[in-house]
Design a protein around this ligand. Structure first.
Ligand code: FES
Length: 115
């Protein structure tokens, strides 16, 4: 249930990947493979049959303003912020959190990480 509306959430879990690209030399998630990671997550969620209403949605996002921890992604409704390095990290987020509902503690961003 969505506590704000008392209505069921359209998606059970929703993950947003920052794909922001900066051309001014500042760090950004795009230069750390965010697009490939997004593509991998989208494909794996679909391959596992997790996608669709009432299940999981994988979306692109612009800068989420936590660039210092990039690349970053966030999962709602838990508001779990992740940083990831490789496909094994992504697969763990997909399998443990998106599929099984158990956040991956070792990949959570520290609360103080910002821009
Ligand atoms: S560039 Fe990804 S969080 Fe800012």
């Amino acid at each position: 249930m969505n506590p704000a509306t008392s209505a069921p959430s359209y998606y059970q879990r929703h993950i947003f990947f920052c794909l922001n690209q900066r051309d001014n030399g500042q760090a950004c998630c795009a230069e750390q493979g965010a697009q490939q990671s997004f593509d991998h997550c989208k494909a794996r969620v679909k391959a596992l049959g997790l996608d669709g209403p009432g299940r999981v949605r994988v979306n692109k996002a612009g800068c989420l303003d936590r660039c210092a921890g990039g690349p970053v992604a966030v999962v709602y409704p838990e508001g779990a912020w992740y940083t990831y390095v490789d496909r094994a990290d992504l697969d763990e987020i997909i399998d443990s959190h998106l599929r099984d509902g158990v956040p991956v503690q070792r990949l959570l961003l520290a609360p103080e990480v910002g821009r």
